[in-house]
Design a protein around this ligand. Sequence first.
Ligand code: PLP
Length: 359
Amino acid sequence: MNITIERVAEEELKPLYSDPNQLGFGKVFTDHMFTITYHKGKGWVEPKISKYEPFQIDPAAVVLHYSQEIFEGLKAYVTDDGRILLFRPEANAKRMYDSAIRMCMEPLPVEMFVEAIETLVNLDKKWIPRAPGTSLYIRPTLIGLGSALGVHPADEYMFYVILSPVAAYFKEGFKPISLYVEDTYIRAAIGGVGNAKTGGNYAASLLAAAKAQEKGFSQVLWLDAKERKYVEEVGAMNIFFVIGKKLVTPNLGGSILPGITRASVIELARSLGYEVEERLISIDEIIDGVNQGTVTEAFGTGTAAVISPVGSLYYKEHDYKINNYQVGPITQELYTKLTDIQYGREKDQFGWVKEIGRL
Ligand SMILES: Cc1ncc(COP(=O)(O)O)c(C=O)c1O
């Protein structure tokens, strides 16, 4: 790609945050963003990095009416010796490609996705926080444009990337969270778009999540759409249970997001000698296991939180504590190993981290 770079003038640069631990998640944005547009007949044109600022789209744009939108989330980390690392950017690029196909959108080639991110992150590298647990969150987004109503796929698209320096995702930090097992609302059904990272899935989840939060829970644990019997995933994470010495996680049946952290944890755990099962898991099996002491740990996995211990499940008016609301040893071990790889503290035997520059 021949990316045009329009640097923000020195006097217009934003003031840098002062305390990286107070950043929260997705509230602060860097100086620049990447954009490229697709026009039928012309292909992808005008790759550009310019000032992070509002842009205009036609009020009739397809994204605004029919939700033709997909996005991704990945992170850049700085190592102690100042190297900038991305974690599995090709995996996000590939998932976005698959999401585009499912949402009938023009997919962006994997190499363009990666090049856009590498160039933008390097330009705004002073924004990557270095305090423990902090990182630069990268949000690639693809939207359907156009200027005609009528339900149809767009013939114009914009792909853009914005960057946000972030602290830990949960205000609790690496501490157990409480989940509300949702047995009324559902997130996605098989045959639908649950395995695509599309905005509509999140819009559909907001009411249940808000109700759970009102009651003091961090997030919802979703059950399957048909029977409300099988565990699916958490609001923005996949879910794992430790049963006996095994790690067990719901299989990718089409209604849950194929998480990149999930795939990484499965590979990492196997390399550490754990047996990992991907299968249907009924909520009754989990509740019985918690009661009998055979479910000893639970944790969520996702880019934002990386690994988040689950300390309790609230299901049908009962609160079930897992591991006495303490972080379990396997959860701790996987969290330490994975973040050591992400922050370049441990050798990456999997080929996951990509060094893209230096501070
Ligand atoms: C619904 C949902 N499930 C799972 C995940 C975890 O996916 P990943 O590990 O690729 O971040 C996310 C987060 O992106 C998500 O939004």
